[in-house]
Design a protein around this ligand. Structure first.
Ligand SMILES: Nc1ncnc2c1ncn2[C@@H]1O[C@H](COP(=O)(O)OP(=O)(O)OP(=O)(O)O)[C@@H](O)[C@H]1O
Length: 574
């Protein structure tokens, strides 16, 4: 019979939750017990403990011990297995017993509950906590303040009582519309009160009350004077005052809650550590971006600088801080930026410029600051700002102070890079002319790359990328040639969509491969929209331009690539 010494790690030396292992000197009754020190999460901990135990080197020893034991007892292999299986039940039973003991021990249960409460309180946001506290106070006040014993009667009953001489005493409650009164049969209580002079408790002691009718006070006072009725003014009872105050406060608070939540969200957006931007590793490479060869060449150089394979420092050169990708939508600007990050193998921080557009002045700037801080911490890294024109438009054109501040912050951050910090800011825009000239000056977006509409060869290459994963009925080269010839003027995003549509059409008809007909249908869908074949494209366009006047009119030329030059004064690269 194998015997093991007791192995134990002191609870204090272990990180929380404290786990203590212990082994009895008998192999078959080994086990472990854990101390949670008042912390919850026991089920998970217990499972973890079980796993830890079975993976530990001690398990091997226990296994050996079991084997020895089985051999000693002269058991067959299957018998030994069943014995081991039975042995595995023991630790589970032990954990179960530990749990039961814990549940039945009021001290431990109280500790668990306190810990759970503390955790829950920490998680509750401030506005919700305030609502809960106010609600609890109101409930408490309602339960503890004695109910008003007075019965409500009609105002006319009060007048009738005064006229008949039945009303003996009247009290006007301050800051409210209630008029308390007592009749001849209840005169005792009124008199008692008069003697003691405890007017503060009038509302409780007076048996009736009526609601005051506006502008009738003069008549009421006249009646009381005529009848010689005792009348007075009484303060509201403190309890009711408290309940009313809390009710008003809670109503106001609830109506303000959405605004509070919105403000809190806005205020915490920049600085919250939980919302820190996580850099992404890109799996896109240059081979995934085709048809923009010259733009690619420019970016390959940057990748070489980042990787250190091009020693630019030797000649006193500096790494370009900013690279601006400009071109029509869907030409692959975002994809190129991802490819740069993927090829360089460095963290990539993609962000859309519209994320900086905030309601509160200063929040957008704070977000820019945070983004650059995180990128510097992760350097070498790439920041990619998509649709830069959303914040990078010329300053002073509008009264949007927040946007100008955000842009100023962006300019400052781009100036503030040390030449040693390898952070490259890439940005993409469809409207380079709209950008503020300060952004495009050398030292900021000093490298401008035009990503243009692909030509025939470019389209073939892009199609080849997208049909890689698609099972085609014919040779992919033939299909790429065919589609490229039929799609002049279309960009990478359109071509990717054609391939996807064709695959969807093939799936819809239940085919295993994508046929030429699917491709042709997909091209028509891309060019004219779904069911666009019935109408001539021009008629369709005319209809559309009537509805949406800003669409280009039929017969208009496609956008001129020169629009993307001019102001910026850079050359077309592809
Ligand atoms: N040159 C290309 N090579 C391969 N695929 C491309 C190319 N250009 C575009 N695509 C396809 O089109 C999709 C959209 O491209 P991307 O987002 O890069 O365009 P973009 O120029 O950034 O557009 P936008 O200016 O509207 O943001 C890509 O995910 C890719 O599938």
């Amino acid at each position: 019979m194998a015997s093991f010494p007791t192995l134990s790690a002191s609870a204090a030396s272990l990180p929380r939750p404290h786990v203590r292992f212990g082994f009895r000197d008998h192999a078959s009754s080994w086990g472990c017990f854990a101390e949670n020190n008042g912390r919850c999460g026991g089920v998970l901990d217990a499972r973890l403990r079980l796993r830890m135990r079975w993976r530990s080197p001690v398990r091997a020893k226990v296994g050996e011990a079991d084997k020895d034991k089985g051999a000693d007892l002269g058991l067959r292999v299957d018998q030994r297995k069943s014995l081991r299986r039975r042995l595995r039940l023991k630790p589970r039973l032990r954990v179960l017993r530990w749990w039961l003991r814990r549940l039945l021990s009021p001290r431990e249960l109280a500790g668990d509950a306190a810990a759970a409460f503390r955790r829950a309180v920490r998680r509750v946001p401030l506005p919700a906590a305030a609502s809960i506290v106010l609600g609890a106070l109101l409930l408490l006040a309602r339960l503890t303040v004695p109910k008003n014993a007075a019965r409500e009667v009609a105002y006319s009953d009060l007048l009738a009582g005064l006229r008949a001489g039945a009303v003996t005493a009247v009290a006007f409650e301050e800051d409210s519309r209630r008029i308390y009164f007592s009749k001849a049969e209840e005169v005792g209580s009124g008199d008692e009160e008069r003697e003691t002079g405890t007017s503060a408790t009038a509302a409780v002691k007076w048996p009736y009350y009526a609601r005051r009718v506006p502008h009738d006070e003069g008549f009421l006072l006249g009646l009381m004077r005529e009848g010689g009725v005792d009348y007075r003014s009484a303060p509201r009872p403190a309890g009711r005052l408290l309940v009313d105050m809390l009710t008003t406060l809670l109503t106001l608070w609830f109506s303000l809650l959405p605004m509070m939540w919105f403000i809190q969200r806005q205020m915490s957006a920049g600085g919250n550590a939980d919302k820190r931007r996580r850099p992404r590793k890109q799996r896109v490479g240059f081979e995934d971006v085709q048809g923009v060869d010259e733009a690619k060449e420019e970016l390959v150089e940057i990748v070489s600088c980042l990787r250190g394979s091009l020693n630019y420092k030797k000649l006193g050169a500096r790494l370009p801080r900013g690279v601006l990708l400009a071109g029509p939508p869907g030409t692959g600007k975002t994809l190129l930026a991802k490819a740069v990050a993927g090829e360089a193998g460095i963290p990539f921080f993609p962000v859309s410029a519209s994320e900086f557009v905030e309601m509160f002045v200063g929040r957008g700037a704070a977000r820019v600051r945070d983004l650059f801080k995180e990128a510097k911490e992760a350097a070498p890294s790439i920041i990619f700002i998509d649709e830069l024109d959303a914040v990078g438009g010329s300053r002073g054109r509008s009264f949007n102070d927040e946007r100008d501040q955000t842009l100023n912050q962006l300019l400052t951050e781009m100036d503030g890079f040390d030449s040693d910090v390898k952070v490259i800011v890439m940005a993409a825009t469809n409207r380079p002319k709209a950008l503020d000239s300060a952004l495009c000056r050398p030292g900021r977006f000093s490298r401008k790359v035009f990503v243009g509409v692909p030509d025939l060869e470019g389209r073939k290459k892009i199609l080849a990328v997208h049909v890689r994963e698609v099972p085609l009925e014919e040779e992919s080269e033939i299909i790429c040639d065919l589609v490229a010839n039929l799609t002049p003027g279309l960009v990478g995003a359109d071509l990717a969509n054609i391939v996807n549509e064709a695959a969807l059409l093939a799936a819809r008809r239940g085919g295993d491969t994508v046929a030429r007909e699917d491709i042709m249908d997909a091209i028509e869908r891309e060019k004219y929209g779904v069911n666009g074949r019935q109408k001539s494209p021009d008629a369709e366009r005319q209809g559309l331009t009537k509805l949406f006047p800003w669409l280009p009119k039929p017969g208009n030329k496609p956008p001129n690539p020169d629009d993307f030059q001019g102001l910026m004064g850079y050359h077309t690269l592809s």
